[in-house]
Design a protein around this ligand. Structure first.
Ligand code: NAD
Ligand code: WQD
Length: 338
């Protein structure tokens, strides 16, 4: 059993990780500024786990607040989710992303050092690979970031690996994940995108609920089996479990590792539409539109390192992802006959 602080723990992946950690007997503390999450998430977590997690409303850029939080809640490790994650927004406002993601991480690491907390799991992204030459992607593939957001993720990784290399951190895991989708099967927690969703799965769900007229399929002329973009979608519950196993690995091993988290299966846009319609019985009308600038054709991960190091393997399939996404989104839209 460990005490763990989750920065951004009220967010999509953080909240699901809090459940996974609680299920494994760990004590969770949440630090979040609620910039991109709902304030009722801690109550939802209480409903799901029966545990009332301490919540500190603070910004990771506020070193004093982070230090005070860590002093008040001595933990064995930090899982660092707090960041901005929208590629388009990052290109429109680079300094915001450099400040929130990079300066924020430096301030957090300063607070950790002040409180002698020397183990961290970091939420990185497969976006650091850019367009890989081939898939499945291995961790030693070149990192060729193609966005401000991707660059902040790579810099954040480097900060952590440098502190591990110089002995300031005892243990670190940079987790590069692909495309998280889905929601907890209880539909008590899930993704709450604001405005028009950028990502495929939440947008598709909102077409199915009738909130959106049709899905724009961004390009069908890629060099992929059906011409549409291929990604490695991973259920957020599988991802949460991977974070818990990565934490436990770091508690037992003073090492720094970089690990891909994915299913190893490439799914095209039309594959996902077909799986969603089959699983939910809901239609997803779509139109083929021009490619979206910045999109890469295809990538999926080789999750072999995660299995070898953490004993983790994705257990949920694309039908589970569609079912749980739909149940959550339908509930949000007030549709009860799911
Ligand atoms: P999210 O926006 O739902 O969660 C992030 C949480 O961090 C939110 O609750 C937000 O309020 C909080 N936060 C943001 N800036 C903060 C700050 N300065 N101080 C304190 N709290 C702050 O996003 P998510 O999808 O849960 O992603 C979590 C992490 O995973 C991010 O670091 C993201 O880059 C990474 N990631 C996400 C995806 C994805 O597709 N969702 C893929 C790969 C990696
Ligand atoms: C998936 C596929 C689109 C929407 C993003 C970030 C990445 C990471 C995960 C943080 C692509 C197609 C999408 C739509 C579509 N986030 N699509 N119509 O772009 O692979 O990754 O989220 O780390 O950094 O870039 O995810 O869901 O937006 O797109 O046709 O309305 O669906 O072209 O092929 P993406 P996505």
């Amino acid at each position: 059993m460990a005490n763990v602080l989750l920065t951004g723990g009220a967010g999509y992946i953080g909240s699901h990780t809090a459940v996974a950690l609680a299920e494994r007997g760990h004590q969770v503390v949440i630090l979040d500024n609620f910039r991109n999450s709902q304030r009722d998430v801690p109550d939802r977590l209480l409903r799901l786990t029966g545990k009332s997690f301490p919540v500190i409303e603070a910004d990771i850029r506020d070193t004093a607040a982070c230090s005070a939080a860590l002093a008040a809640h001595p933990v064995d490790a930090v899982i660092h989710f707090a960041a901005l994650k929208a590629v388009g927004e990052s290109e429109a406002d680079p300094l915001l992303y450099y400040d929130m993601n990079i300066i924020g991480t430096i301030r957090l690491l300063e607070a950790m050092q002040a409180q002698n907390i020397r183990r961290i799991v970091f939420s990185s992204s497969a976006t650091v690979y850019g367009q890989p030459d081939t898939s499945p992607i291995l961790e030693n593939f070149p990192t060729r970031v193609q966005s401000i957001y991707g660059r902040t993720k790579l810099v954040m990784e480097n900060l952590i690996t440098d502190l591990a290399r110089t002995g300031k951190l005892l243990a670190a895991a940079n987790l590069r994940y692909v495309n998280p989708v889905g929601a907890h099967p209880s539909a008590v927690i899930g993704e709450t995108p604001t405005g028009v969703p950028n990502n495929l799965m939440p947008f598709m769900c909102q077409v199915a609920t009738g909130q959106r007229e049709f899905l724009s399929v961004f390009g069908n002329d890629y060099n992929t089996p059906d011409g549409t973009g291929v990604r490695d979608y991973i259920h957020v519950v599988d991802l949460a479990n991977a974070h818990a196993l990565a934490l436990e690995y770091l508690l037992a091993n003073d090492v720094a590792v970089t690990v891909n988290l994915g299913t190893g299966i490439g799914i095209s846009v039309l594959d996902l539409v077909n799986a969603f319609e089959k699983t939910t019985g809901r239609a997803v009308p779509y139109k083929i539109m021009p490619r979206r600038p910045g999109d890469v054709a295809s990538y999926f991960a080789n999750p072999g390192a995660a299995e070898k190091l953490f004993g983790w393997k994705a257990a949920l399939n694309v039908d589970d992802m569609c079912r749980d996404s739909w149940t959550w989104e339908a509930k949000r839209a007030g549709i009860n006959d799911v």
